[in-house]
Design a protein around this ligand. Sequence first.
Ligand SMILES: [Cu+2]
Length: 137
Amino acid sequence: MKKYRVIFTKLKLLILIVPIIAGMPSTIFAHAILVESEPKAASVVSTPPDQIKIWFNENVASEFKSLAVVNSAGKRVDNNDIRQAALDRSHIYTTVPKLPPDTYTVRYRVMSADTHIITGKFTFTVASPETAEISSD
Ligand SMILES: [Cu+2]
């Protein structure tokens, strides 16, 4: 009889634990992740971009999204006109005026499908003409 009770206790534990484990992927792995950007993270571009574009691994909410481009002096330089592609909800972008040579930080914030807010940043550099000449062969 005692053996059965032990098995029953283990079963009860399983009944408690399995749903917790099964529920984990939706809470741990469902965050939106930045998968691509233009310009690419840490890249050096010789032609200033017209737009800053980012892509996530899943569609993100249309609410609470933000995308800011800040120069090396900490001044925000983008046109503050964030948009989300109508046919690809994983893609958001903003336009920028002609950017002078500098290193820029792109900061983003979006809401994942699981309602978690995701924030991150990356930098890219607009090369000065001299630098661009050196880096191009
Ligand atoms: Cu999440």
